[in-house]
Design a protein around this ligand. Structure first.
Ligand SMILES: C[S@@+](CC[C@H](N)C(=O)[O-])C[C@H]1O[C@@H](n2cnc3c(N)ncnc32)[C@H](O)[C@@H]1O
Length: 178
């Protein structure tokens, strides 16, 4: 993950993505908070056949590093929660290390639902202690989206996040309903 030297969240999230998001004839995948593109590199190890992979990040410098990996076909410089992306566009979203204090707020989940096609998937990670802090609002927004039938949970797992600091994470996969 960018800046930490540890890539556990990237590995665990890509694995959950591969376990819960079925391959399709063609797929548009968005990497939200792509940073330098480590997540794209990891996801490329799985056998998705025909992927248009877009990197989204506020940092032009990070996107420039991601470009050199030759994994992404599109690059969008922008900030959640207002991505500026058209609605119902992506088949799947992956988001790692972006839902942390001072980065994208929990309200961004609504934006991710908006830009995902009906039946599409959103896979992301949040550090356990941050998720469980009511002030982060992640549980609240997740539950609101579930109650309103905008998405349904496919998987929630607890796993290592920053093992050297004994920090655990939650890893989620949701399917968008409408
Ligand atoms: C810890 S890095 C994670 C990068 C990459 N996903 C990884 O795991 O290697 C967090 C990324 O989130 C981006 N970011 C920060 N605030 C954001 C926001 N409001 N919307 C989207 N991305 C944001 C940063 O520019 C940075 O690239």
């Amino acid at each position: 993950m960018c800046g930490t030297g540890e890539n556990t969240p990237v590995v665990v999230t890509a694995k959950l993505f591969a376990e819960t998001v079925p391959d399709q004839e063609s797929m548009k995948i968005l990497d939200v908070g792509a940073g330098t593109g480590e997540q794209g590199e990891q996801l490329a190890k799985y056998s998705y056949k025909n992927v248009e992979f877009t990197a989204f990040d506020p940092s032009e410098g990070m996107l420039n590093v991601a470009k050199k990996r030759n994994i992404y076909s599109d690059f969008i410089q922008g900030y959640l929660p207002d991505s500026g992306i058209v609605s119902d566009f992506f088949d799947a979203i992956i988001c790692v290390g972006t839902f942390i204090p001072g980065h994208a707020p929990a309200e961004s989940l609504r934006e991710l639902v908006r830009v995902t096609k009906k039946g599409g998937y959103i896979v992301y990670s949040v550090r356990k202690h941050f998720y469980e802090d009511q002030e982060s609002h992640f549980q609240i927004v997740e539950e609101e989206l579930t109650k309103a039938k905008h998405w349904r949970m496919i998987a929630k797992i607890e796993d290592e996040y920053l093992p050297a600091q004994n920090i655990k994470g939650y890893y989620f996969s949701f399917q968008v309903l409408n």
